[in-house]
Design a protein around this ligand. Structure first.
Ligand code: NAD
Length: 481
């Protein structure tokens, strides 16, 4: 699995060193110690990976969807068999609690199975037209797809893109985030073991500005699927325009959790904190604005803050840990800067607001933090913090709740808590967001589309929608005149 003591790139089904021989260290954020040394790809490696993907496309793209589906089922079975090994890699590299990492692996297997089963049920149409003959559409693979992913849920996000892309007959070059490349390197080896051709899935870790940019510019790459920040995503969209690539973007968020006074406040106080503090708040869907009806605020805040304070912050490999560290010292400084800015603008800390002491001091830990007295114009309410911080904002009526929730450039996720059925539908329709949970933290399933409104993205992942974004649609007319 490694080249000497270095985790090699995966190109053409093999672990290899980088063309320029460079490496970089990957850190365990729970202890701030080096976890592995990884080959650092460059432009030459991207060229090699795209060439390998083009070669593999000749065989993989030509297989029938039924056969590809069978191989994908085998891949799912192998990932399931090695789930504990992959979960442990994710836990150590991201600092994700092991129980959460196991949950992620469950979804990863489900998503591969979904596309293994879906790909032969995704087809073109025959369409009535005025001339004598028959009009047909075909769904065809795009060719080589370039994928660029972030560090927060490295394998899950990569898999959301890889599984539909491969199932649809494309081949892939993935650039993972440099902070967290380990799990997907191992996963790519399993794909080869499962009978997916060598070169169908290549992984080239390295800097975004060189490896990522080379992939976006490469003339033989037909599509870029990107997940990351809105700022980098906007640059990628501009760059990809030069070669008219298909582009899907999953970007940042500043999602709302609206709570009406008629909600089950005990349940909301017990459950809703998980929708922002999971993965230490490093979640694009984090409901980082708690928008609560004024009359229910005191009761909800007491319950919510008690849950936040009681979350078990600890070493990620411990089964009982609920909150691990942030990904890096720099990320923790960013989070601390946001909390200071909230206090400067008049907010108060009602839970957290500090690093935990004792055995956790070596890692990049920060306590789940609840900021009260926030208004929607403060920096903590406008910018994505990507850490364990929630801002509490109040409203007086339904119209104001909707106005505050929508007053953001983002539109990724959200929650809505109310027992009033008509209001559930009214507010759900009015919220300008791509994904919404009503009386629920969960709103993401392999079968349902996922993606942002406004500056949170373009295109959809998961469900049959990801197959649409992984294929070209060809229109053919056969004359019978
Ligand atoms: P990032 O935008 O800094 O980096 C994402 C990826 O892009 C990395 O692999 C990086 O190396 C690469 N990259 C950086 N510059 C590049 C360039 N010029 N050309 C090509 N590639 C480049 O994001 P991050 O810090 O890794 O992740 C956090 C961000 O991701 C947050 O904003 C979060 O909301 C977002 N995110 C969104 C979703 C979603 O589904 N909408 C999911 C998870 C994370």
């Amino acid at each position: 699995m490694s080249v000497g003591t270095v985790e090699g790139l995966v190109i053409g089904g093999e672990r290899i060193t980088a063309a320029e021989g460079r490496t970089f260290d990957v850190v365990n954020p729970a202890s701030a110690t080096t976890l592995a040394t990884v080959a650092e790809g460059g432009v030459e490696d991207v060229n090699r990976a795209v060439a390998a993907a083009l070669r593999a496309y000749e065989s993989w793209g030509a297989l029938s969807p039924v056969t590809r589906g069978r191989r994908m089922h085998r891949f799912a079975a192998l990932v399931e068999e090695r789930a504990e090994e992959l979960a442990l890699l994710e836990c150590r590299n991201v600092g994700m609690p092991i129980s959460d990492a196991r949950g992620q692996l469950g979804m990863i297997v489900d998503v591969i199975r979904y596309y293994a089963g879906a790909v032969d049920k995704f087809f073109g149409h025959t369409i009535p037209v005025e001339r004598d003959g028959i009009a047909l559409t075909f769904r065809e693979p795009i060719g080589v797809v370039g994928l660029i992913t972030p560090w927060n849920f490295p394998l899950n996000i990569a898999n959301w893109k890889i599984a539909p892309a491969l199932a649809a007959g494309n081949t892939v070059v993935l650039k993972p985030a440099s902070l967290t490349p380990l799990s997907v390197l191992r996963y790519a080896e399993l794909a080869v073991e499962a009978g997916i051709p060598e070169g169908a899935l290549n992984v080239v870790p390295g800097p975004g500005g060189t490896v990522g940019a080379a992939l976006v510019e490469h003339p033989d790459v037909g599509k870029i699927g990107f997940t990351g920040s809105t700022e980098v995503g906007a640059g990628i969209a501009r760059q990809a325009a030069a070669t008219i690539k298909r582009v899907t973007l999953e970007l940042g968020g500043k999602s709302a959790c609206i709570v009406f006074a008629d909600a089950d406040l005990e349940k909301v106080g017990r459950m809703a904190p998980y929708a922002v503090f999971e993965n230490c708040g490093q979640d694009c869907c984090a409901r980082s604005r708690l928008i609560v009806e004024e009359s229910a605020k005191d009761e909800l805040l007491e319950r919510y803050a008690a849950t936040a304070s009681g979350l078990r912050v600890g070493m990620p490999e411990d089964d009982s840990t609920e909150i691990g560290p942030l990904i890096s010292a720099a990320q923790r400084e960013t989070v601390e800067g946001y909390v200071r800015s909230g206090l400067d603008e008049g907010a108060t800390v009602v839970a957290g607001g500090e690093r935990p002491a004792g055995e956790l001091e070596a890692g990049f830990f920060y306590r789940p933090t609840v900021l009260d007295g926030v208004t929607n114009d403060m920096r903590v309410a406008r910018e994505e913090i990507f850490g364990p911080v929630v801002s509490v904002i109040t409203f007086r009526d339904e119209a104001e709740a909707i106005r505050i929730a929508n007053d953001t450039p983002y539109g990724l996720s959200g929650s809505l808590w109310t027992r009033d059925g008509a209001r559930q539908l009214r507010v759900a329709r009015a919220m300008r967001t791509g994904v919404l949970g009503v009386n629920s933290n969960s709103s993401v399933f392999p079968q349902t589309p996922f993606g942002g409104y406004k500056q949170s993205g373009v295109g959809k992942e998961l469900g049959m929608h990801a197959l649409e974004h992984s294929t070209e649609l060809k229109s053919v007319f056969i004359s019978t005149e």
